[in-house]
Write a protein that binds this ligand. Structure first.
Ligand code: PLP
Length: 319
């Protein structure tokens, strides 16, 4: 735990220093900014403790290796910095709130002479409160999924296994789906036309007791996706990673989305068509959501429900 004086501003780690968020500035020619030449990862806290931080940092290191960016730090140092950033900001969390904890690493400034053996990377670690109120209605109503015409970038163009700053593909898809249904979440098809992933989420279908999700080579291997696959194993629920078609989507009994912030959240509809089981959550989704709470030792569903807006508003992404 840090002994530093507590401030009313969030503290950010930037290239070796812990500074107030408004003072954390990067070079105007930073390659992350001008080219999206960067990677990031996003963990979350439950009751103020970071969940599976090592898994997130391991994925970050793989993303860095894929882009051949030298962060100038070890995985252990990034884990320690993430813990320190959280410690320096924990006092700013409101009751029953939690943080996203982001690690962001760019290749550093462009047009600069590289110094042999030295990393020029820009390293940022910061935390931001989760948008619990915006997403709370999704746990009451289920997520409306819309499939955009924009396809997910093919793995042989840019691997979706790496969490890079190139989110334009997902952002354009999200703008398309937001026009179709406000507050909906996009799930893109892959370049072959099979269900793929969303902008920050993985998709699961449930049919005849079988849980199914797209194959890892076409998606970001989500940490929450991995938790669900593990839980299916523990609960003896058959789970398959496979190509999923439009037929699979329209004949699914239940569906749910996984993502660090929402863990698991039920899907209400695909392109306006309700899933066969209209209970939110459906029975297998509920069983897995309960097991998820047990796994993390925290009732994340109750946390979202406690932030439900009083005006009955519809949920969204809050990004
Ligand atoms: N797919 C993409 C493209 C993502 O950006 C994310 C998360 O940020 C996910 C899937 C879900 O991954 P996780 O469960 O680790 O949050």
């Amino acid at each position: 735990m840090s002994t530093t004086r507590q401030t009313s501003q969030r503290i950010v780690y930037l290239n070796g220093d812990y500074v107030p968020e408004p003072e954390a500035t990067v070079h105007v020619s930073d390659r992350g900014f001008i080219y999206g030449d960067a990677v990031f990862d996003t963990a979350r806290t439950f009751n103020g403790k970071i969940f599976r931080l090592q898994d997130h940092v391991d994925r970050l290191m793989r993303s860095l290796r894929y882009l051949r960016i030298d962060p100038g730090l070890t995985a252990k140092q990034i884990v320690d910095i993430s813990g320190e950033v959280l410690d320096r900001n924990r006092h700013l969390l409101g009751a029953d709130e939690d943080y996203w904890v982001f690690q962001r690493i760019t290749r550093g400034p462009a047009f600069a002479e590289p110094v042999d053996g030295e990393s020029s990377a820009t390293v940022i670690v910061l935390c931001i409160p989760l948008p619990l109120a915006v997403r709370a209605p999704l746990f009451r109503d289920g997520i409306e999924v819309v499939i955009p015409t924009t396809r997910r970038i093919a793995p042989d163009a840019l691997s979706p296994n790496a969490k890079t700053n190139n989110y334009l593909n997902l952002i354009v898809a999200g703008q398309e789906t937001e026009k179709i249904a406000r507050g909906s979440w996009p799930i893109l098809l892959d370049y072959r036309g099979f269900l793929c992933e969303g902008s920050g989420s993985n998709i699961f279908l449930v049919r005849d007791g079988m849980v199914m999700t797209p194959q890892e080579q076409y998606v970001l291997p989500g940490i929450s996706r991995k938790v669900v696959i593990e839980l299916c194993g523990k609960l003896d629920i058959p789970c398959r990673e496979t190509d999923l078609t439009h037929f699979d989507m329209t004949t699914a009994d239940e569906a749910f989305i996984t993502s660090t912030s929402i863990c698991m959240c039920p899907v209400k509809s695909f392109n306006g068509e309700l899933t066969a089981d209209t209970t939110i959550p459906g029975p297998i989704t509920k069983k897995l959501m309960d097991a998820y709470c047990e796994e993390i030792g925290f009732d994340y569903i109750a946390q979202y429900m406690a932030h439900m807006p009083a005006d009955g508003s519809k949920g969204g992404m809050g990004l």
